[in-house]
Design a binder for this molecule. Structure first.
Ligand SMILES: *[C@@H]1O[C@H](CO)[C@@H](O)[C@H](O)[C@H]1NC(C)=O
Ligand SMILES: *[C@@H]1O[C@H](CO)[C@@H](O)[C@H](O)[C@H]1NC(C)=O
Ligand SMILES: O=C(O)CCC(=O)C(=O)O
Length: 271
């Protein structure tokens, strides 16, 4: 009898362990094996006051007329990046590119400092949730300096948004970053941003409406300290994008990003 009870309890424990293991494995598989550290500060994707359209419902010409030179837009299902997404899983990327050196930039507005480290080291050491009290100028972020020759085999698999602007060509920049990280407000030429894994919250202001921010503080600190107290007429355009959605930002628009999850992302700069 006792034997039976012990066997039953061992069996239950085994099943339970298996079940918990299965549950734990679920989000990892969905996220390409990138960590799904959840952080209460980052559950909320916030409101979305940017137009979100089905890619198939907006022609290239309508994109040019309605958005390209005047306001941001988010397009869903514009491209199918299933193959690229599977190449960007944690295991595929580390297997193919783990020993390649990547250039990290400090996550402040003017990105003063650059550091080169192997991708494996970036993932092991730096790809951590952002702590609220660390400055952007002390945070290293992998984005903005993609060596397109070294990463060509991967980047060739990426299907860029098909909507170019007249007289521009596209340049890709690839990134990976931890939950709570992001780039504080800055501006440059127009482009698209897409998340391959994870969610990314965006904040934008038109060129003539410079937001109040400290160039060395993180987006996370802006979101927790400044954003809740903004008067209505200083509210940003904002939205959180998920895989399958592409955000377009026009020329010289101020923008800041906040990764809500460990994110793999790519921007197409039009210049
Ligand atoms: C990119 O990588 C190639 C091959 O390793 C190297 O020769 C080249 O100098 C790199 N380019 C830049 C801009 O770092
Ligand atoms: C931001 O940080 C950089 C690098 O540490 C420093 O040189 C610069 O003076 C800082 N800027 C401000 C406005 O504090
Ligand atoms: O994806 C990010 O976090 C930064 C993106 C950005 O600033 C850009 O594409 O210009």
């Amino acid at each position: 009898m006792e034997h039976k009870a012990a066997a039953f309890s061992a069996c239950t424990r085994l099943l339970l362990t298996w079940f918990i293991g299965l549950k734990a494995a679920e989000p990892r598989a969905a996220g390409g094996g990138w960590s799904s550290d959840s952080d209460v500060r980052l559950q909320d994707g916030g409101l979305c006051n940017i137009d979100v359209l089905d890619g198939s419902s907006l022609s290239h010409q309508q994109f040019i007329q309605r958005y390209a030179f005047s306001r941001p837009v988010i397009l869903r299902g514009l491209t199918d990046n299933t193959r690229f997404r599977s190449s960007c899983s944690r295991s595929s990327l580390l297997e193919q590119y783990g020993d390649r050196r990547v250039r990290l930039s400090t996550a402040n507005t003017y990105s003063y400092r650059k550091v080169d480290v192997p991708l494996q080291e970036y993932v092991d050491v730096w790809l951590r949730p952002q702590s609220a009290d660390v400055l952007g100028s002390e945070t290293l972020y992998f984005f903005g300096d993609t060596n397109v020759t070294e990463w060509q085999r991967l980047l060739d698999q990426y299907e860029s948004p098909p909507y170019l602007l007249p007289h521009t060509s596209a340049a890709l920049s690839f990134g990976i970053a931890g939950p709570g990280s992001g780039v504080p407000f800055h501006w440059h030429g127009p482009g698209f941003s897409e998340v391959i894994y994870g969610r990314k919250r965006w904040f934008l202001y038109p060129p003539d409406k410079e937001p109040h921010f400290h160039p060395n503080r993180t987006t996370l600190s802006w979101v927790t300290e400044t954003y809740p107290h903004l008067p209505e007429d200083e509210a940003p355009l904002e939205c959180t994008i998920s895989p399958g959605e592409v955000l377009y930002f026009p020329d010289r628009w101020w923008h800041a990003t906040l990764n809500l999850d460990t994110s793999v992302f790519i921007s197409t700069f039009l210049g």
